[in-house]
Design a protein around this ligand. Structure first.
Ligand code: F6R
Ligand code: MG
Ligand code: MG
Length: 388
């Protein structure tokens, strides 16, 4: 029997950090919590939990107002504004960074903060996991979500549990075109992989159980650089997943993070590095502003109340993953400014590198070459396309 509808909203923003871009200041979290606690007192929120992942302030909220609700988004916006005031008072670094607009107009989407929201019919026992990553982008969730919901080598339940055996559907967003396509697994697995392997463009937004359309996951897919049209930091993403009882078990969800896969982000949002799962206490991006990190908090949702959290990567079982991540970090760091450590030219167009290259533009002179490649390529990383 399913219970009442409840919405889980995770809204996050980087509004300033202590000593660079590595960790939030506790006073900014306190300022945000004050705003949310007032909203709870007024009955706008049922419950909330304020935390951080690296330099990102994370608001985890429950309510009965559905997704994209102006009151909820307004509350989050006020929390970020109040936290920004404190950040400015303390002179924190990059205060107000992700608040791209001055005035709130009913919805934080497109205004800087990242948003993952899911309205669910609460099951008698409703375990959820909130993942929060720092120094990476929404496409970082593509690989683990594929493993969790489509790879039987990760999720035994896809084979063993009849409620999951039909598979899952993935809504994939093209973040450049603003279009989405829904693909069904296992039958369209190769089509799905053909898209989501391009992590900077095709991003898994939602996952549904095929047998009954039950929503199992949602990811924040805002890409700040595309919104702002210039480099304003990476789009450190969040995701909400439901677990157990006909959905992947908690352990199947976490298993996908036992491999520290390479993600785009890290220093200046311009480098590939391993995604390291860490407990809250190690969520600070120090080495080369990284390596990229992910925190996972487990809650039970009961009548909309958030029971918990459990700090899921605070476990020796992930020590070897972290060790491998360190080894991979060490290996790839030795490449310095060379690809494949540094991102490729398409992605670098949304960083500050084009400004550096601009001054070389007029110094290039024609040379006689036997053959000229007939390819479309990006001109000096500036975004202009040229056909030779
Ligand atoms: C990456 C990030 C940092 C900064 C870097 C330079 O998402 O936030 O790696 O890009 O510390 O920061 P600025 O340009 O502010 O000195
Ligand atoms: Mg920052
Ligand atoms: Mg961040």
């Amino acid at each position: 029997m399913l219970g009442e509808k409840v919405t889980i909203s995770v809204i996050k923003a980087d509004i300033g950090s202590l000593a660079g871009h590595h960790v939030t200041h506790p006073d900014t979290l306190a300022a945000a919590a004050k705003v949310l606690s007032e909203a709870k007192r007024k009955g706008i929120l049922i419950d909330f939990y304020v935390t951080h992942a690296g330099d990102d302030l994370e608001l985890i909220m429950t309510h009965r107002r559905g997704v994209d609700d102006p009151e909820i988004h307004g509350t989050a916006w006020n929390a970020f504004k109040e936290a920004t005031k404190v950040a400015k008072e303390l002179g924190l670094y990059a205060s107000g960074q992700d608040l791209l607009s001055e005035a709130f107009s009913g919805n934080v989407r497109g205004m800087g903060p990242g948003v993952a929201e899911m309205e669910i019919e609460e099951r008698p026992s409703e375990p959820i996991v909130v993942f929060m990553a720092d120094k990476t982008e929404p496409g970082a969730f593509n690989l683990p979500l594929f493993k969790i919901f489509a790879d039987p080598f990760n999720t035994a339940g896809l084979i063993i549990d009849p409620r999951m055996h039909e598979g899952f559907k993935f809504q994939v967003l093209d973040v450049y075109e603003g279009k989405s396509v829904t693909l069904s697994c296992p039958e369209e697995m190769y089509d799905l992989l053909a898209l989501i392997g391009t992590t900077g463009r095709y991003v898994i937004k939602r996952v549904f159980r095929k047998s009954d359309e039950l929503q199992a996951a949602v990811v924040s897919t805002e890409r700040l650089n595309l919104i702002a049209g210039k480099y304003v930091g990476k789009d450190d993403p969040v995701a909400i997943l439901r677990a157990q009882h006909g959905l992947p078990a908690l352990g199947e969800i976490l298993e996908a993070f036992a491999f520290p896969h390479m993600v785009a982000g890290w220093m200046r949002g311009s480098h590939y590095g391993p995604l390291m799962p860490v407990p809250e206490k190690y969520s600070k991006c120090t080495r080369f502003d990284g390596p990229p990190r992910i925190v996972g908090l487990g809650f039970q949702v009961k009548n909309g109340r958030l029971v918990g959290p459990a700090d899921l990567f605070d476990d020796v079982a992930f020590d070897e993953t972290r060790r491998l991540a360190q080894i991979v970090a060490e290996y790839i760091r030795r490449h310095g400014p060379f690809m494949p450590h540094r991102l490729g030219p398409e992605e670098m167009e949304y960083t500050t590198l084009p400004q550096v290259l601009e001054k070389l533009r007029d110094r290039f002179v024609e040379v006689k070459v036997a053959t000229k490649a007939i390819i479309r390529r990006s001109e000096m990383l500036s975004g202009e396309e040229r056909v030779d």
